[in-house]
Design a binder for this molecule. Structure first.
Ligand SMILES: Cc1cc2nc3c(=O)[nH]c(=O)nc-3n(C[C@H](O)[C@H](O)[C@H](O)COP(=O)(O)O)c2cc1C
Length: 177
């Protein structure tokens, strides 16, 4: 399966990335192809609501920034992983900009091969996931109609623990097509 991971953490080797890397190891060991985009390293602006994509270009965004790389990967992706630290009870602003820009590529129809989605979240405190889960449920499960492949969270001392990385590795390794 072609899997696109959108990492919303600005910390290149942070807690979210450790879970992503464990997932990637497991998934690649089972033959999946995993592309990880660290969205904070990219120059990606928010949606302008100009409707150029829906009225003039047949789905191409007017903004020629690094989102183009994600649009290309989205066209082939069969699975999406939304990964983020919790910032002020939600996903990071940089990742939110990327999701808003799905408007050009995933509205009114979802990308052609996309079947499922999972979420990876890291936080300082427990029970901090309602904001991110609201978006996951509304945007990806209800709206795009994707299958829920799982939600993985780590808070406090769970971050970076062997138990957590084992869980993510196992998730990747046992992922069905
Ligand atoms: C700007 C900012 C806002 C944060 N807001 C929250 C929060 O609302 N709740 C929480 O539990 N942790 C919060 N944290 C802590 C991070 O979610 C936590 O340290 C996480 O493990 C960072 O992941 P990373 O290493 O992948 O960047 C915040 C951290 C920062 C820098």
């Amino acid at each position: 399966m072609k899997i696109l991971v959108l990492n919303g953490s600005p910390r290149p080797e942070g807690n979210t990335k450790r879970m992503i890397n464990a997932f990637r190891e497991g998934a690649e060991s089972s033959g999946h192809k995993v592309d990880i985009i660290d969205v904070c390293k990219k120059r990606i602006s928010g949606c302008l609501a100009c409707e150029y994509c829906h009225t003039k270009s047949g789905g191409e965004c007017v903004q020629k920034d690094d989102m183009r790389e994600i649009y290309t990967l989205l066209r082939d992706a069969e699975m999406l992983i939304i990964a983020s630290p919790i910032y002020y009870h939600g996903i990071t602003g940089q990742l939110k900009c990327v999701i808003d820009r799905f408007y050009a590529a995933a509205y009114p129809q979802k990308p052609p091969h996309l079947k499922k989605v999972a979420m990876i979240l890291s936080s300082g405190d427990a029970d901090m996931y309602d904001g991110a889960m609201f978006s996951f449920q509304g945007d990806f499960l209800d709206y795009l109609g994707l299958e829920n492949a799982g939600v993985f969270t780590a808070h406090g001392a769970e971050n970076g623990s062997g138990k957590k990385t084992d869980e993510l590795y196992h998730f990747g390794k046992t992922l069905a097509d």
